[in-house]
Design a protein around this ligand. Structure first.
Ligand SMILES: O=C(O)CCC(=O)c1ccccc1C(=O)O
Ligand SMILES: [Mg+2]
Length: 377
């Protein structure tokens, strides 16, 4: 049935640089701006799909960067997209398997293809992938602050905005004392912490103290390959460990579950290579009753819209790091901007990701544009 095939005619890459509204500090350092690609792909019926790359300018979170993403897309992945038509977005990830690694580069293009496919068939993305809820619970991730006073003010501010779950970044020396102060002022609110790999097993006595703060979970205390060390820690902790950086493929998820390296998993579409892989991980997690939640990468509205669609799947059991546009940007590049109400974001009922690109706002941030036409047409 030849007419089931979708031919990609053109891919456009827009490299954007946008200032974050507030600097964001983790155990690794401080981000004041985000550089990323918005991908536009166009098919034979002139349907347009949008995707976003999530890699940062330096490889502090995982090994990819904005520039490696560009290279991989340009030299390997876009030519693969052009090679033959596709019938379904799942086939994109399959075709990309000939390229090792580089999940963020793959995910950016695959995401644009999912959006295009959903639009072509006039269906909202969340519905297409089997989402079961029309609003998703969200929280806010607060970076390391220069003082306890500013941290307490920030928490207060986000609670007043209606967020119901607070994630705090921690690192050695900015952990137990900080949590003591936070719990004095906010004894009851749902709190979790994220270390972005800043600890090692020799910090076990400090980490055990985290149990006293009734945290929802402790995210990624150790290095990304330290499945055994995480399992050892989990044995000595009541608080569930959540893995983020460690989970790159479904096999990592299986390994972590088998070893007991964590009880909850953070899914980020970019880190794992795309929405198709995320849907597979979700299926496995559902069958094995493993709770998931959707992580964030300080995305613009395009990536955020994909995250909302993903978080509408059944097994996403905890609030995601999917805050409103105004938590990150003065002005987002989509319309309407993403808003939450009492810690919930409604899924968008329009086709695809549901939001439209505001070219007027996007223009202001473009630092580079590239166009690739399908040479096989
Ligand atoms: O609000 C967001 O987009 C997520 C914030 C966050 O915690 C984060 C932001 C950038 C890189 C890594 C992480 C993380 O979850 O580890
Ligand atoms: Mg994390």
């Amino acid at each position: 049935m030849k007419n089931n095939y979708i031919q990609i005619e053109e891919v456009r890459l827009y490299r954007l640089r946008m200032n974050l509204k507030h600097p964001f500090s983790t155990s690794f350092g401080t981000l004041t701006e985000k550089e990323f690609f918005i991908i536009e792909i166009i098919d034979d019926q002139k349907t347009i799909g949008y995707g976003e790359s999530v890699a940062f300018i330096s490889p502090w979170y995982t090994d990819e960067t904005v520039t490696t993403v560009e290279h991989m897309m340009e030299v390997f992945l876009i030519p693969l997209l052009f090679q033959h038509p596709f019938q379904h977005p799942r086939e994109v990830a399959k075709r990309f398997q000939v390229v090792k690694g580089n999940p963020m580069a793959k995910s950016a293009l695959e995401g644009a293809y999912w959006d295009l496919y959903a639009k072509r068939f006039n269906q909202p993305l969340w519905e297409l992938i089997g989402g079961v809820r029309t609003e998703v619970e969200v929280g806010v991730s607060i970076g390391i602050q220069p003082s306890i006073t500013t941290l307490l003010k920030k928490i207060e501010h986000y609670l007043q905005e209606g967020y119901k779950r607070i994630k705090l970044k921690i690192k050695p020396g900015y952990d137990i004392d900080v949590l003591k102060e936070v719990r004095k002022v906010f004894p009851q609110i749902p709190i979790m912490v994220d270390a972005n790999s800043a600890y090692s097993l020799k910090d076990i006595e400090t980490l055990k103290k985290l149990d006293t703060f009734h945290l929802l979970m402790i995210e990624q205390p150790f290095g990304e390959r330290e499945f055994l060390e995480h399992a050892e820690l989990q044995k000595q902790l009541h608080t569930p460990i959540c893995l983020d950086e460690s989970i790159r493929t479904i096999d990592d998820l299986k390994l972590a579950t088998k070893l007991g390296s964590g009880k909850i998993f953070n899914i980020k579409i970019g880190r794992i290579g795309g929405l198709s892989e995320a849907i597979e991980m979700h299926q496995f997690s559902k069958e094995n009753r493993i709770p998931l939640w959707c992580g964030g990468m300080l995305e613009s509205g395009v990536g955020r819209a994909m995250n909302i669609a993903l978080a509408s799947l059944e097994q996403f059991r905890y609030p995601g790091d999917i805050s409103a546009s105004n938590r990150y940007w003065d002005t987002d590049i989509i319309e309407p901007e993403i808003n939450h109400h009492e810690g919930k974001i409604a899924v968008n009922k329009n086709p695809g990701i549901g939001y439209t690109i505001s070219f007027r706002d996007m223009e202001k941030h473009i630092v580079e544009k590239k166009r690739f036409k399908n040479p096989n047409l």
